[in-house]
Design a protein around this ligand. Structure first.
Ligand SMILES: [Zn+2]
Length: 157
């Protein structure tokens, strides 16, 4: 299994490839090129948030638990419905991460990459492509460049 360093290199290579493709059709402004590089690297590491040992997952989990605790206390004192919603959402998300998602399951698919990358469309369509390229480089290096399939997911649960 490739380590994080390999994935970062993959992310940089995918950025260069995507930059060469995009520069054929448009002239990218400097901030977008720079942010595109960062985005490609982040997205080349993103699929491993479903791995217990990955740093991304550990940090996110601690953050979620902290936000959940603060929200419960806030709800206890102010009975704000939004705080309750946040707690429920975090509970579902942690359950999803801990119980349902196995490494290289649902998040290691091309579709998951598209969904995660779509979040950046709002900011810039070019960033979508850099993110998607970074994500695909991860799947390629893992040797898991595949589509979502219910059969596969059930096998992994
Ligand atoms: Zn992976």
């Amino acid at each position: 299994m490739p380590n994080n360093k390999t994935h970062v290199v993959g992310g940089i290579v995918s950025f260069v490839v995507m930059f060469l493709i995009l520069s054929q059709i448009t002239s990218l402004a400097f901030p977008i090129i720079f942010i595109g590089l960062i985005v490609a690297i982040i997205y080349s590491l993103l699929p491993d948030i479903d791995t217990d040992v990955s740093t991304a997952n550990n940090v996110m989990e601690k953050l979620l638990v902290a936000i959940g605790l603060i929200s419960s206390i806030y709800y206890y004192f102010f009975s704000d419905p939004i705080a309750l919603l946040v707690v429920i959402f975090i509970f579902i998300w942690l359950f999803f991460l801990k119980v349902l998602v196995k490494h290289r399951g649902i998040i290691h698919t091309i579709e998951a990459g598209a969904v995660f990358s779509l979040l950046l469309l709002y900011y810039s369509p070019w960033l979508f492509w850099f993110a998607f390229a970074g994500f695909l480089s991860h799947l390629l290096l893992d040797g898991e460049l595949k589509s979502f399939s219910w059969k596969e997911i059930k096998k992994r649960l």
